[in-house]
Design a protein around this ligand. Structure first.
Ligand code: NAD
Length: 374
């Protein structure tokens, strides 16, 4: 597990996923096989790795990726390093014959992402990309409504993602500074459009076009050591995605917005038969038959309590951590060949959407999204 000292690598992938699977006694498959993940911690800082290793009684750690890749006992290479470092490391892992599972974006550029997908296919190695958002309880509930045919004909999707990421001067920033430097692979488009790609595709349908207005609202920030730096990567993107049958999806992504919402990300789907709004955990719906008839009248105080006019979708199942849910599918895929659609080609298509979004922002025009194949 490379990048295990980082925010995602440590909390979501090591602690909430791999260690959680071990705490429950491993991952049992239908045929009686029990999968027991044995992580090897890989990173740059021996000190940080040692601390994690001691905290969780995980004896295997190294700062030497090639030695870990050279060990035939290690079957899967996982990468949660900062985005720009992913391509060379994953290529080495594939060359060493490892199955690979990687954070999104699958690589920093489309040619790199496609090359990884090709190398994995040609070597017959199992591969996957993190697509955690569709495993979130809120989006599972939204998916349930789609599968039930609740919406009738879907008309539109609107998404609102973001929160204020502190500049780092008078309060420390709550995200790593590389995210705000273009040269380090930062930028909200590359970070979030891969998510929007699979969320839209898996909830509604494939994305056929993108128009994006990407900006850098805050051009200077302060890094982890309190030093000022030029924040030259985009920190907000206002995008319109065209889907099949005239469905339009409009998603705002911003690290320079203050939250007046119930959750940090929210998606609303409106259809002829009903509408729903989903966040990370909750999802509420309003059926056509229960739709009130608001009348525009600024002369009177508002008599409607709009938020109260929606019903919650019940949990109806134990909906756990999304990263872990996807890890379990990937481990089963590696061991038993169970289906796993979130592969490197799917990841490359997310990178494609980010690149086209940035091109759209540069050129000020809507970009078609061509089909990708290997
Ligand atoms: N799926 C999600 O929701 C999600 C959310 C956030 C980030 N991510 C992805 O996870 C990856 C890591 O993001 P993060 O927020 O955990 O970042 P982070 O800065 O917290 O962690 C980066 C990791 O890369 C390692 N690294 C190696 N060389 C480095 C260098 N030169 N500079 C900085 N770090 C270096 C660090 O040691 C650390 O382990 C990124 O690719 C990001 O796109 C995914």
């Amino acid at each position: 597990m490379n990048g295990v000292t980082g925010r995602m690598g440590y909390r979501q992938h090591l602690v909430r996923s791999i260690l959680a699977v071990r705490e429950q006694g491993g991952l049992p498959l239908a045929d009686g096989t029990l999968i027991w993940p044995e992580p090897v911690l890989v990173g740059r800082s021996a000190e940080k790795l040692k601390t994690i290793s001691e905290r969780h009684q995980l004896p295997s750690w190294t700062t030497d990726l090639d030695s870990a890749l050279g060990d035939p006992g290690n079957e899967i290479y996982f990468d949660a390093q900062l985005t720009q470092l992913r391509f060379p490391a994953v290529r080495r892992a594939l060359a060493a014959g490892k199955h690979v599972y990687v954070e999104k974006p699958a690589a920093a550029t489309l040619p790199e992402a496609l090359e990884l997908a090709r190398l994995a296919r040609d070597a017959g190695l199992r591969n996957g990309v993190v697509q955690d958002k569709i495993f979130l309880p809120g989006l599972i509930k939204l998916r349930r409504l789609v599968d039930a045919g609740f919406f009738g004909r879907i008309l539109s999707v609107r998404g609102e993602f973001g929160y204020w990421v502190f500049e780092g001067d008078w309060q420390q920033a709550q995200r790593p500074s590389w995210n705000y430097r273009a040269a380090d692979g930062g930028g909200i488009v590359l970070d979030m459009f891969p998510h929007w790609h699979y969320v839209l595709e898996r909830l509604v349908g494939p994305v056929r076009s993108v128009y994006a207005h990407a900006v850098t609202h805050l051009p200077s920030r302060w890094d982890e050591s309190g030093r000022p730096y030029a924040a030259d990567a985009d920190d907000a993107a206002y995008a319109v995605f065209g889907l099949d049958d005239g469905v339009v999806a409009q998603i705002n992504s911003s690290w320079a917005v203050r939250v007046h919402r119930d959750e940090l990300v929210e998606f609303q789907i409106d259809g002829t038969e009903g509408s729903a709004v989903a966040g990370l955990r909750e999802c509420v719906f309003q059926h056509r038959a229960g739709t009130p008839k608001p009348v525009w009248n600024p002369d009177e105080p508002n008599a409607e309590r709009f938020r109260d006019q929606w019903q919650p979708v019940p949990d109806n199942a134990g909906l756990g951590n999304g990263f872990r849910a996807e890890w379990e599918l990937f481990l089963a895929h590696v061991v038993s060949g169970a289906p796993f659609p979130y592969d490197l080609l799917a990841g490359a298509r997310g990178v494609q959407l980010a690149e086209l979004g940035l091109a759209s922002a540069r050129e000020g025009r809507r970009m078609p999204v061509p089909e990708l194949s290997l």
